[in-house]
Ligand binder design. Structure first.
Ligand code: G3P
Ligand code: CA
Length: 231
């Protein structure tokens, strides 16, 4: 079962910062999950539309220029990085799940992935683009059919993983609160990978692994790996 560092290794460093990315690499996460918004023509790595929860700023993200945003303190001397800065930090060393939160121009994501493949040693197969916004995933798939997409759901779908199959997704990325073994079986029967968020509790990690879940998003990748190693 793959362990993705959720918002980087966010149990050990401020979420979605380069420190959290570096920690995820040190902890040998199989992949890193990050949240992305568009700001002007840039892609920035942050979870919320408001910057106040994760930085010392007080306004809407869209009120800032990139230069202003990057002067804010994201904790432990960190700043809000661009997607490109995160990819420069990772240098192709693990999988990357880009969760698209608020992006108008999906071409920007594709351009960034292509540039990472040509300049940073990534393979296109290392990327998964996920979103709760399934219209956006369809738009992305139409311009980048070879990049994997992950269909996110925070609520229990009526037909298990059917919505993700309809999107021709690579994976269904579901909240742990409603995932059961039948959901996992259904995803696999449809040829989909099953990823689950956010999983930190040892009993949950062991249960999901026993059900054949393909990957989990965990705030503490090293701790999660230890649980699975000593089961
Ligand atoms: O991508 C999985 C998970 O990160 C989705 O929820 O709110 O943590 O972005 P959230
Ligand atoms: Ca996320």
């Amino acid at each position: 079962m793959l362990i993705f560092a959720h918002r980087g290794a966010s149990a050990d460093a401020p979420e979605n910062t380069l420190l959290a990315i570096e920690q995820a690499l040190i902890q040998q996460a199989d992949g890193i999950e990050i949240d992305v918004y568009q700001l002007g023509n840039e892609l920035v790595v942050i979870h919320d539309r408001w910057v106040s929860r994760t930085t010392n700023g007080t306004r809407l993200l869209s009120d800032y220029s990139l230069e202003e945003l990057q002067t804010l303190d994201a904790g432990k001397g960190q700043f809000v990085p661009t997607l490109w800065q995160v990819l420069q930090c990772v240098q192709g060393l693990c999988l990357i799940n880009i969760e698209v939160k608020g992006v108008r121009d999906v071409l920007l994501i594709n351009e960034c992935i292509n540039k990472a493949v040509s300049q940073l040693g990534f393979e296109a197969e290392q990327f998964i683009v996920s979103s709760f916004n399934h219209h956006l995933l369809l738009a992305f798939k139409s311009i980048a059919p070879k990049i994997k997409i992950g269909a996110l759901t925070a609520s229990n779908p009526l037909d298990y993983a059917r919505f993700a199959e309809d999107l021709q997704a690579y994976s269904v990325n579901a909240d742990i609160s409603f995932v059961d073994q039948n959901f996992v079986i259904d995803a696999h029967n449809r040829g989909l990978k099953m990823f689950v968020y956010t999983v930190d509790e040892p009993k949950d990690l062991l249960k999901l692994q026993a059900w054949g879940v393909d990957g989990v998003f965990s705030n503490g990748p090293a701790a999660a790996k230890l649980v699975l190693a000593v089961k």
